[in-house]
Design a protein around this ligand. Structure first.
Ligand SMILES: [Zn+2]
Length: 685
């Protein structure tokens, strides 16, 4: 460590030592003296509609939600200088990605209450990238205003809770590796990177998890970790809303931590995403593994992250030391000049964003895409051009665009591209890099190197916080881009995308190092109020032909053992006609002296609830018919099946399942009801 950069407390200790007044202060270059920070954590529900909304992660039009596996959450941390200086808000949402509009509305809400304490210059909303969260909160063709509001309200609530929770405390950092939780799904592209660069790394994915443990006098308030792996364990064969493996890890870690004496009641565990652009949890590299089913695979990959996080939590001993500082800006990447320092090939320019053929081919290892496309396509094709013009009617492609994007054959350009939010923050010796993109393994390593070189040895850890504040496709290295695997075909700004991002992040890092303001910002993209909203729910619920709403169709068996699955079903209405936001859809309850206690809901990994209508058939995923149109909502009564896979550790006793259903008569608001199954016994093991 450069002596001129020793933390102030360390210097004080050395002076004391020199004076001979105190021995063994514990200050050494390997163990920085801890600093106090203002820290707070909070979490809130952001589950939106769960039936009749499209999932957008796999680009399969008939991949439509019909129920819930887990709820979706926003988990927030605020980290501030103890002396009232700068603070940083970091939120992890169980979403595929986030939008600038979400962050703008969250900031509007915060500013209405706290003035300019929070702004786009210190609030980061990131996504875990779970592919089993529905689309529709973004201002695109699937926009649903009610879902956008549920997300904005939940994220705001999580931050408000963290704000109310702010107290002085310390932050401990742990770093370790997570084994067998991810594989490189684009080894062909990775191998294009120079030999001498690859030889510096043991693996073709980053195995490191970095974890922060937030500790105060009143207890541990949370743990926040970053690890790179795509949440695609739940494939397009899953039609239930779910937080996938990162959700499994978060839900289970919060249970473990809440049971411990050293934590506060509201302890929050968040598993954030890092540079997972080319990393899949489908370890067989054929859209399966390591488990026998999607849900089993998700729990295995989640458990491996959870085990690593718990070990880091228990062993975290490196206190963060030094102030909180950050720089944020918005950059127009559509035609950015990138200097030789970052291209190594003279001055170059980024391109107006466009998708390549291999984008439509999808990642073969994660299930693939349209069958006429495949990874590695490098040639423009007349018959494909004709088909795309007929089916998609995309914005025109210019010769200039094609030349700029080469060797990517352009499938179609984006219609518009607002400037993109990027940021760099420093929490003591930890630097965080915020990009709105899916960053491949080697791209992330180059970005980290750029930041390390500028911030010097004041910073010992650099973390890529991907999927932050917006979504802008992938970032591959120029060498990876050249072979146009899926990630290269989805690298929107052309071959110099990564050098462009590194150049702009370097500007922010230099401003941080020199204590100067962030470079000037472009204007924020904002489509609020400009996109028509689609409906959530249906017009009304027709009564069932046999029976009535609330009737139990399938009762539980009288007796079960742990490990077995309780299956029930009821008549009900469309679940999304009821107000969105936090109320349980069902509860599994155990009888106690004075009534019933709830042991599981849809917030738990062990349950699944699926809504179906007799006449409604959603075509299953069919690679030969990728342009299939999903059916519109209909007004028929639903049956909802509620399944509970009984965990090994639940108490024996008398149980029941409660449904919180609703019916919507034509022309009026939905009417809630509660229905209960018959009682069943859970035998001791
Ligand atoms: Zn992805």
């Amino acid at each position: 460590m450069n002596p001129s950069r020793l933390p102030v407390r360390c210097l004080t200790s050395i002076l004391v030592l020199v004076a001979g007044a105190l021995a063994g202060s514990g200050c050494s270059s390997s163990e920085p003296a801890e600093s106090k920070y203002l820290i707070g954590s909070g979490s809130a529900d952001i589950t939106g509609p769960i039936v009749d909304v499209p999932f957008t992660g796999y680009s399969q039009p008939t991949h439509i939600a019909n129920g819930v596996h887990t709820r979706l959450n926003a988990r927030a941390f605020i980290i501030g200088d103890i002396d009232g200086g700068k603070r940083l808000v970091f939120v992890v949402t169980d979403l595929l990605n986030v939008s600038q509009e979400v962050r703008l509305s969250v900031v509007d809400n915060l500013q209405a209450k706290h003035g300019d304490l929070y702004s786009v210059d210190n609030v980061v909303v990131s996504a875990t990238h779970t592919h089993s969260s529905p689309g529709g909160f973004r201002h695109d063709g699937a926009y649903r205003e009610a879902y956008f509001e549920a997300v904005v309200n939940g994220v705001t609530q999580a931050i408000e809770d963290a704000h109310e929770d702010l107290r002085p405390g310390r932050i401990l950092l742990g770093e370790g590796s997570v084994d067998d939780a991810g594989a490189n799904r684009s080894a062909v592209a990775y191998r294009q990177n120079p030999d001498d660069e690859r030889s510096r790394y043991e693996n073709d994915t980053d195995k490191e998890m970095v974890l922060l443990k937030f500790e105060r006098d009143d207890g541990v308030i949370g743990a926040l970790s970053w690890f790179a792996v795509h949440p695609t364990s739940l494939t397009f064969n899953n039609s239930l809303v779910s937080a996938d493996h990162k959700g499994f890890a978060a839900i289970e870690m919060e249970k473990l931590l809440r049971a411990r004496a050293e934590t506060t009641d509201g302890v929050v565990a968040a598993f954030a995403q890092s540079n997972c652009g080319d990393v899949t949890g489908n370890l067989n590299l054929d859209n399966t593994g390591p488990g026998d089913t999607d849900y089993e695979s998700a729990s295995i990959i989640g458990q491996r992250q959870l085990d690593a996080a718990m070990a880091l939590y228990d062993g975290a001993s490196e206190p963060l030391s030094g102030g909180v500082d950050h720089r944020f800006t918005l950059v127009d990447f559509t035609d950015l000049e990138v200097s030789d320092e970052f291209t190594g090939a003279g001055s170059q320019r980024t391109c107006f964003p466009a998708y390549g053929y291999s984008f439509a081919g999808g990642s073969t290892e994660d299930g693939g895409g349209h069958p006429i496309f495949m990874e590695g396509m490098l040639e423009q094709d007349e018959s494909i051009e004709t088909l795309v013009q007929l089916v998609l009617m995309p914005p025109p492609v210019t010769d200039e665009m094609r030349a700029c994007q080469a060797p990517k054959p352009v499938l179609y350009p984006k219609a518009a591209q607002p400037p993109l939010p990027i940021g760099v923050a420093k929490l003591g010796q930890l630097a965080l890099v915020f990009v709105p993109s899916e960053v491949t393994t080697m791209s992330g390593r180059r970005m980290r190197e750029t930041i390390s070189n500028i911030l010097g040895d004041e910073v010992s850890h650099v973390v890529i916080a991907g999927y932050s504040n917006d979504y802008a496709g992938y970032i591959t290295t120029p060498e990876e881009y050249a072979v146009q695997q899926y990630e290269g075909g989805h690298t929107l700004f052309g071959p110099w995308t990564l050098p462009g991002f590194r150049q702009e992040l370097a500007r922010l890092a230099r401003a941080l190092a020199e204590g100067t303001p962030a470079p000037g910002s472009d204007e924020q993209g904002d489509l609020r109020g400009e996109v028509d909203s689609q409906r959530v729910g249906n017009d009304f619920d027709e009564p069932p032909e046999q029976g009535a709403f609330g009737d139990v169709i399938v009762q539980p068996e009288p007796l079960y053992e742990p490990g077995e699955t309780v299956s029930t079903s009821f008549w009900t209405g469309h679940p999304d006609n009821a107000p969105l936001g936090g109320a349980p859809y069902f509860e599994v309850q155990r009888q106690v002296d004075d009534g019933w206690t709830t042991v599981a809901t849809e917030a738990d990994w062990s349950t699944q609830a699926r809504w179906t209508q007799a006449s409604r058939v959603i075509p299953p995923y069919d690679p030969l018919d990728p342009f299939a149109v999903p059916p519109p909502p209909i007004n028929e009564a639903f049956t909802v099946s509620v399944d509970w896979q009984i965990p090994a550790d639940v108490e024996p006793g008398i149980y029941r399942v409660l449904l919180h259903g609703s019916t919507k008569p034509a022309g009026s608001a939905s009417d809630p009801f509660i229905a209960a199954t018959s009682r069943f016994e859970l035998a001791p093991r």
